[in-house]
Design a protein around this ligand. Structure first.
Ligand code: NAD
Length: 434
């Protein structure tokens, strides 16, 4: 099937490459010329494990191509996906749909023959209706349907998540669109992946409800972690003790510095706003948003406490800047609160991240010193803070870390080390909820 993917970012590029790998003929479109130029040369503009092999394999097989010309890509396509960004709208917290609606207008102008326009971006309830209205206004006689197909992939494991998802959610209002969506995901049907066909509005809400639930689960265990610290309990054992209950489940029960990333922060706020707008407030999610925002800021206090009450005039090594490992994505990463917070309190920050530095340089204060590795970051520092649990930090030579630091202090915001082992090493260690 001929497919156009509008937006070649974390979701569009992975989805486009995976659909090509399913055997479809895919053209990915992006308005950023440098991105398309790079992709045409086989260079991948983002860091996502395995994506270079997948993109280039399908490019050489002639199933995947790239353009900045949306009309060229949409012409003749049976399915056109909108996978553009939906960031938080400045001022009110709603999702900013400017890019989605602009794409819809461009698609409308270029469609030839029956086309299914699919919103893959995370969009508020009613957006597919609006996309349909935009296209209808532009092309009153065109034959088309609009479907909703939210994406659930996780950065860092995106290809596997796309190809072996827990489920695919598809919102359609007519059988013709349903048949096209079924044909697109045929390889997953054959795998017996559950495909949830529902209405467009329900499909749109499923995505927000899923993200809000996961953000709530993280926030819940983070608050339990704080309680653990007060009462002398261990949050990792609590997580295991509750997570083994099949009704609760083990995942998303890792206490940490607060959730960040390209989805949870903006999607929880957008859901709160939608719910308020429709007069059915989601008070749990409102609280989750507040608690999480405070938590990220509170991490600076935690680091100060571990440094004897102040970081003024001290050097702090920060390991991990991206919002999670195996991505270069810095959007809403906890480091964006923690690093400026430390600098504001008078610390010098030496930082390391395996993939995020290029992006971090645009987002963090200019005074941050970027280092080539964790030991270089720790050199003569008064404390080392693990902010993101990259594998490179999971098996540090602790004796070397201790020798490299001026003061043997470690604040582990991801609980990747064992407090007993740290005590044995003579490192003053603090972590979350233990
Ligand atoms: P992104 O910013 O990485 O990519 C969006 C791309 O769209 C950019 O490259 C941008 O240049 C391009 N673009 C914008 N308007 C365009 C237009 N009119 N024509 C052509 N290109 C255009 O964003 P992302 O992380 O891929 O997210 C996209 C959507 O998917 C968002 O709604 C997001 O919430 C959702 N989502 C993201 C993830 C994730 O892990 N990143 C997971 C699930 C869902």
């Amino acid at each position: 099937m001929k497919v156009a993917m509008i937006g070649a970012g974390y979701v569009g590029l992975v989805s486009g490459a995976c659909f090509a790998d399913f055997g479809h003929e895919v053209v990915c479109v992006d308005m950023v010329e440098s991105k398309i130029e790079a992709l045409r040369k086989g260079e991948i503009p983002i860091y996502e494990p395995g994506l270079d092999v997948l993109v280039n394999g399908n490019r050489f097989a002639g199933r995947l191509s790239f353009t900045t010309d949306i009309a060229e890509a949409v012409k003749g396509a049976e399915a056109v996906f909108i996978a553009v960004g939906t960031p938080t709208r400045r001022g009110d917290g709603h999702a900013d749909l400017t890019y989605v609606y602009a794409a819809a207008r461009d698609i409308a102008k270029a469609m030839t023959g029956y086309t299914v326009v699919v919103t893959k971006s995370t969009v508020p309830v009613g957006t597919a209706d609006e996309v349909e209205a935009i296209i209808r206004a532009e092309r009153p006689d065109a034959e088309f349907s609009v479907a909703s197909n939210p994406e659930f992939l996780r950065e860092g494991a995106a290809i596997d998540d796309f190809k072996r998802p827990d489920r695919v959610v598809v919102g359609v209002e007519d059988d013709r669109a349903r048949d096209v969506m079924r044909a697109l995901y045929r390889p997953l049907f054959l795998n017996e992946t559950p495909i949830v066909f529902t209405s467009r509005r329900t499909s749109e809400l499923i995505k927000y409800a899923a993200n809000a639930f996961l953000a709530t689960k993280i926030t819940f265990i983070n608050e339990i972690a704080d309680l653990c610290e007060k009462v002398g309990a261990n949050v990792q054992d609590v997580s295991r003790g509750i997570g083994l209950d099949g009704r609760i489940g083990k995942k998303f029960l890792h206490a940490g510095p607060g959730y960040g990333g390209s989805c949870f922060p903006k999607d929880t706020i957008a859901l709160v706003r939608t719910a308020q707008q429709f007069g059915a407030p989601v008070r749990i999610v409102e609280t989750v948003v507040d608690v999480n925002t405070q938590r990220k800021l509170h991490m600076v206090d935690k680091i100060e406490a571990a440094c004897g009450g102040s970081v003024k005039g001290k050097t702090v090594a920060v390991l991990g800047l991206t919002f999670k490992p195996e991505t270069d994505d810095m959007r809403d990463a906890p480091s964006l609160d923690i690093v400026p917070g430390l600098i504001e309190k008078g610390a010098t920050v030496r930082a390391h991240d395996p993939q995020g530095v290029k992006e971090a340089k645009h987002l963090l204060p200019a005074s941050v010193i970027y280092c080539d590795g964790p030991y270089e970051a720790a050199k003569d520092a008064d404390a080392v803070v693990i902010v993101t649990e990259w594998n490179a930090y999971r098996a540090l030579d602790l004796a070397r870390v201790k020798k490299t630091l001026k003061n043997p202090v470690m604040i582990d915001l991801r609980n990747i080390y064992d407090p007993a082992e740290m005590a044995k090493q003579g490192i003053a260690y603090s972590s979350i909820g233990r």
